[in-house]
Design a protein around this ligand. Sequence first.
Ligand code: TYM
Length: 331
Amino acid sequence: METVLSGIRSTGNLHLGNYFGAIQNFLKMQHQHICYFFIADYHSLTTHPTPSDLYHNVQQVLVEYLASGIDPEVSTLYIQSDVPEVAELYLLLNMNAYLGELERCTSFKEKLRKQPDNINAGLLTYPVLMAADILLHRATKVPVGKDQEQHLEMARTFANRFNRLYQTNYFPEPVAYHFDGNLIKIPGLDGSTKMGKSESPGNAVFLADEPAVIRKKVMAAMTDSGPQQPDQPMSQGVANLFSLLEVLSSEDTHSHFLAKYKEGSIRYGDMKKQLAEDIIAFTSPLRQRILEIGQNKEYLSRVARLGAEKARESASNTIKEVRKIIGFKPF
Ligand code: TYM
């Protein structure tokens, strides 16, 4: 049995990328391993949410995890800030994380480009906090999407560096994991290669979107003026739609439209209509559960308490061991 851990930042509603990259990937392991799934609310502070936004986002993400099928009786489902041990491990790991490697991290460079006015130290050390999340439970498998691959590589670096420095093998090496082999990246509807929370408004389909909203977003998705010449590559927008069909529609539907594309008779409108209906068929039951679970505040608070208790048990054990390894001793 291995220890599995994954998490999602609480910066907004969950979208299809989060679902297929992290949640579904996690669900496949929930009954076989020791599993932790958490809401990364400390991480979300890099964007400076107001206190009430912070609270509501965490609640919404908790509801959406539960609606997606994470079972709080089987997995340990918790909120990061309920386990302050992670902040101590983060501090300790920060002592052996170097400016150069943090500055070279792709996600940091992207933030530099996208939000030059808010380059806080939390952004720089984001991968250290993420490593602390993982190492806190000594997890070995981390179900994530492809965009997190580099962060996992850094978590391995920090784990190995700690082990070398203190001549121990306390931390195992965590790996980015996808149940069928390859890490995935769900594309956006706006022609960009990644579906994400902070992209343009038409980029992402959220699990809680109403059917009419989904139809509107999909019908507005970027395509091109028609199938390209046989020797031309497929345009990005159209390739994205085919990737989404591959994940959300039947194999027959996917190959039907691909054949039409190849013979040059495809009508993108027909393909989008089908894709929208297939997305709706997938998200409707989730949306129903989101609405139901969202009403049950008592259940949510029970889940959060249970998760915090279970997570703290493992976390405090790790911190105790780590303190001992480093040389902190009671006087
Ligand atoms: P976040 O909140 O950006 O994304 C959460 C999870 O969703 C996956 N994901 C995607 N997968 C496929 N295609 C997409 N378009 C897509 N968009 C998002 C991400 O790969 C991720 O698995 N740093 C993390 C949160 C985190 C974490 C951790 C994860 C903090 N500590 C420890 C695992 C372990 C983040 O910002 O993810």
